[in-house]
Design a protein around this ligand. Structure first.
Ligand SMILES: [Ca+2]
Ligand SMILES: [Ca+2]
Length: 331
């Protein structure tokens, strides 16, 4: 029987060296794949951050442009000595291609609405006229779970429940999780979601007709009001008349409150002109930028000072979807 000769030592060493080389190669491959993946993620995140900040700058550009338009409009009104803001400047959204991105923007007139915060006076007492207008609006919109009492209690600085539908801390502390009412003016429309047992669909139907402006600043511009808001101001105004008025207002705004009150359609009706105007000071500019399939949204509330036309951005918000709601016009 032939005995197998052991391999020479030099062959054994070569085998071990080969294994080590393969192992090192495998390790290096693993490491380089890891490095490549990390690098790829880093490049992707850097390009995403860069695209987002570029898109945000475009959105800020839209806000600056909107301020310029508002200033030009104020200058024109000043030289004509007739401050009038109509639907013409707020009727459409614009679409504009800007270097690799698409910009969509629209103006909303925050004065064509009823200011919820004016349900309570600066002094803290309930405002009877505003309450009357809100009651008319709520009944026109056929709201059931959302009531004027709920709105008033949310912002008034007391714990007395107003009316049968009101709710104060006692009711909110029974919720799970428990919380308290704000006892201060609404700062944002999302607060409506915190009201006691309110149907979200009703909030959606109320939103376009109300604003949350500082107390005492929220006059309603009758030229940019919705048919429902006009009906809350002018008692017993039939639906058809209100809708026809809004149609007419697209290109012929009332030049003064006197002209508004004397409109033949209101014949025989008495209109309380308190807190009404034919011009606006608060505007919302909604912008949506699409860049590299990413979207950046910006909602800015601008105060245009009536006395000198100066502008002030009082709120910026990047969190809201569905900002562009109006028919789009390409530029
Ligand atoms: Ca109360
Ligand atoms: Ca309260």
């Amino acid at each position: 029987m032939t005995r197998l000769k052991p391999l020479p030592l030099i062959h054994q060493q070569r085998g071990v060296a080969l294994m080590i080389v393969i192992l090192i190669f495998a390790l290096v491959s693993l490491l380089s794949v890891g490095m490549h993946n990390r690098q790829k993620t880093f490049i992707q995140s850097a390009s995403s951050v860069s695209a987002m900040s570029q898109a945000y700058e475009y959105a800020m550009g839209s806000e600056i442009y909107a301020r310029r338009l508002l200033k030009d409009d104020w200058d024109n009104d000043k030289s004509a000595n007739e401050f009038v803001d109509g639907l013409d400047q707020v009727s459409n959204a614009i679409v504009l291609p800007v270097d690799q991105a698409a910009l969509e923007a629209q103006f909303n007139d925050m004065h064509g609405r009823l200011n919820i915060n004016d349900l309570v006076d600066v002094g803290g007492s309930p405002n009877a006229l505003m309450r009357e207008r809100f009651e008319a609006l709520f009944s026109r919109l056929a709201l059931d779970t959302l009531t004027v009492d709920l709105l008033q209690d949310w912002i008034d600085d007391n714990q007395d429940v107003s009316g049968i539908d009101g709710a104060e801390d006692g009711e909110y502390l029974n919720m799970a999780p428990a919380y308290r009412s704000a006892s201060q003016p609404f700062m944002h429309s999302s607060e409506l979601l915190a009201l006691l047992n309110v149907d979200q669909k009703e909030i959606a139907s109320l939103r376009p007709h109300v604003s949350m402006l500082p107390r005492g600043w929220g006059m309603t511009n009758v030229n940019t009001a919705s048919a429902e808001v006009l009906q809350s101001i002018v008692k017993d105004l039939p639906d058809a008349d209100a809708e026809r008025l809004v149609e007419q207002l697209q290109d012929t705004p009332w030049k003064s409150l006197q002209e508004f009150a004397n409109d033949p359609v209101f014949k025989g009706k008495t209109i309380d002109q308190t807190n009404l105007s034919v011009y606006s000071n608060f505007f919302e500019v909604a912008t949506r930028i699409t860049l590299n399939e990413r979207k950046v949204r910006l909602r800015s509330v601008i105060l245009r000072n009536q006395s000198d036309g100066s502008m002030q951005v009082i709120q910026r918000d990047q969190g809201q979807k569905y900002l562009i709601t109006k028919e789009k016009l390409g530029l």
